[in-house]
Design a protein around this ligand. Sequence first.
Ligand SMILES: Cc1cc2nc3c(=O)[nH]c(=O)nc-3n(C[C@H](O)[C@H](O)[C@H](O)COP(=O)(O)OP(=O)(O)OC[C@H]3O[C@@H](n4cnc5c(N)ncnc54)[C@H](O)[C@@H]3O)c2cc1C
Length: 428
Amino acid sequence: MKVKNLIIGAGVTGLSAAYHLQKLGKKDFAVLERAAEPGGVCASVTHKNFTFDYGGHVAHARRAYTRELLKKLLGKNAALIKRKAWVYLQNTFVPFPFQANLSYLKPEIVEECVTALVAARKHKKHIFENFADFALSSYGEGIYKYFMRPYNEKLWRAKAEDLSCVWCADFVPQTDMEDIVKGAYFKTRASYGYNTDFIYPKTGGIGALARALAAETENIFYNTEVKKIDAVKKMVFTNKGIFEYENLINTSPLKTFVSACGGLEKNIYEAAKELKNNKVYVLNLGVNRAVENISWVYFPEDKFKFYRAGVQSGFSPSVAPEGCGAPYVEISAAGNSKKPDFKKLEKEITAALKDAGILKNEDKILAALWLEINPAYVTYDARREIVVPQIIAALKEKNIYGVGRYGAWEYSFMEKNILDAKELAQKL
Ligand SMILES: Cc1cc2nc3c(=O)[nH]c(=O)nc-3n(C[C@H](O)[C@H](O)[C@H](O)COP(=O)(O)OP(=O)(O)OC[C@H]3O[C@@H](n4cnc5c(N)ncnc54)[C@H](O)[C@@H]3O)c2cc1C
């Protein structure tokens, strides 16, 4: 088959590219997806009458365009939900963002954090060497020690000093000193950041969004896995045959894409080998009780194996049978680590969730499903900042466009993916 625009992947990015090409009347495209269904990381899985997602997956719609698109796609199935998020530290639920709600902690910790904050802000920098430098300079030793460092090192599986901070603007709520001090002495329950409210489908899990987008899009080839790309002849080799293209839109992981792509300069293959990532294991649980209506909780402490736990049935009760609940936990692991002992881990996790009061001793586990996301978070080390632009530019010279969380090898979210793919469709 020969098309003008060929898209690898039917996750939200690939679907958005196709949807917007089609809207522009440019129907000469095809989407190749190795799975049997759309969604990628944003799919949902049905298991023992529960609908499970790949970890906490909610749609942010900060831009009017995305809000309208989500409304159009989901229609009456869209629910607008207010975030109910906490940080669990020293047996206490501190409202998120941590730095704006210190008053929930012991007075001596509050004092330590506020004193360090005031000292840090005296010499506040505007250019930072790495994430540790950014967090220390912005929030001081106390907030850094109790939350910023342990949480981020657990999530990224990298040292705070080895992480850049280019991702922080979108993901770390920026907090004025006045707000931190106010929140240190009064229970203001300040709530801000990029996801204070979000959209989630009333039924069908987050996968309903990808399915709605796919339903509006033609020319999707499922069960079609890209094995090799010839960047010179502009051909893609799949288990279903050969596709020729003028432009190739890649949303599959950049690292594996480059290794499967023939016809690039040698230094690009070397550069791609430097890309690092973590992987995330999600344990989805189905329990015989409607678990408390919380969105999610961040766990910075080492004694908890997971960095975040949440309750999917808090976003939408319909993901669980009536009277039941669906909590989940997300565990990060190094990209090259071996699979853990899931049975053992499951026991430790249910005990830890009981410890934190998210599960109760009498709760019965009706379903347990592990899902793996690999890659999950791309590692923002100093080399990423150099090699990703090199690789993306080299591919662009061959009319190959890397877009999306994994195609552009970035820390991004569905709204950005949808908008970036729309912009690319318009350019092409
Ligand atoms: C734990 C976690 C929680 C998250 N929570 C949120 C959240 O709450 N809100 C939010 O907005 N974002 C969230 N995100 C980010 C969000 O999941 C991604 O930004 C988004 O799903 C990326 O979509 P994508 O289409 O770019 O990539 P993907 O979803 O990875 O899609 C790529 C597609 O390409 C296919 N593919 C790969 N290789 C091949 C091949 N060789 N041949 C054919 N097909 C191939 C895959 O099967 C897949 O369907 C989260 C991410 C993680 C890891």
